[in-house]
Design a protein. Sequence first.
Length: 441
Amino acid sequence: MTEQRTLLSAEIGQPLAARLRPETIDEVVGQTHLLGPGRILRRIIEQDAVSSMIFWGPPGVGKTTLAHVIANQTRAKFINFSAVTSGIKEIRTVMQQADENRLFGEKTIVFVDEIHRFNKAQQDAFLPFVEKGSIILIGATTENPSFEVNGALLSRCKVFVLKALSEDEIVTLLKRAVSSPKGFGNQDIVISDDVIRMIAVFANGDARTALSTLEMAVLNGEYENNVTTVTVDTVEQCTSKKSLLYDKTGEEHYNLISALHKSMRNSDPDAAVYWLARMLEAGEDPIYIARRVTRFASEDVGLADPRALELAVAAFQACHLIGMPECSVHLTQAVVYLSLAPKSNALYMAYENAKRDAITQLAEPVPLHIRNGVTKLMKDVGYGKGYQYAHDYAEKMTDMRCLPDSLLGKEYYEPTEQGLEGRFKERLAQIKAWKAAQEKK
């Protein structure tokens, strides 16, 4: 078996991701917003009308792949630069050669991977040649080019934002790898759809990670009678983690977020953290969880603890800035805090009650005295007439009515006595008592 495995490895040669690298636009998986029929980047490539551009996106989404597609379809000379190994001297040598080629009508495309690693001086070395059209520069970066690319250089480039591949797109790519002669198509591989999706979930939008994981799983699969079987256990061993089968758009997705929400509502931090971990370790987008947690902060805690929303928003920002796995602790902090916070759904109920009236009374006019009379005509017909500016009064409020006549006396917000909301309830009672007294005068 060891000898067979060695022969198999030798036969494969190049890494799977390299063997499957697309050569045409139609072979590219993902980025349909740029490469779909009639989309701008597709038209540019098909018409060989490439100009200087920068591909910005997370790892493994196809930045280098697109550069290779352009190299295959363009009539220009294509030069691949590495930001890690190339210095200013090498850049200028190539640029001068490109300048000479231009005199003979030959275009030169220079592809710079990880352009954000070039310092300002290195980037400046490209600028004069881009300006006069000696080269067409294509840069790839995982960092925001607004901060990492020279402003003068950036202004001469089109920026295309590449997105992480969806789970379904990764599944498509993996199935192609299993069936294609460039991949494992010449071997007898047994792998279920569930296991393929498991790898797709683990890859989290990164095609290179997905293909590398598949390759490891196949090479370490159960080999018998010339058939390689890839199981859940195989993938778990290759990823060094218990990857959970989890459909982020199916019923289990909604079951788990429901379990998290209801555990927090029931003030059960242990259960809440468990359901949080279930989702994150299965590959759920932390931003999605952060949005739901932020919603919970106002829907189920509200003014019982106004700081709950601040903490939830801070956790959301942390998830956006640093991502997984680091942001797991920020979400844990928010989930535990919200579980232990006093609960009130008064804000949620206030809006729902007001929404019903708003929908059924859409034509109810705004009272004239609280309309904004910005023109003479508006003032002449009564806009703003009788308006009372609260700051002009000692109490910083008046008995002016702000609801439409048909809704006078309607109460939507009914505060509880939970946590700090008890203070808001007391304050609201004082306001209502004062206004009632003014009406009697």
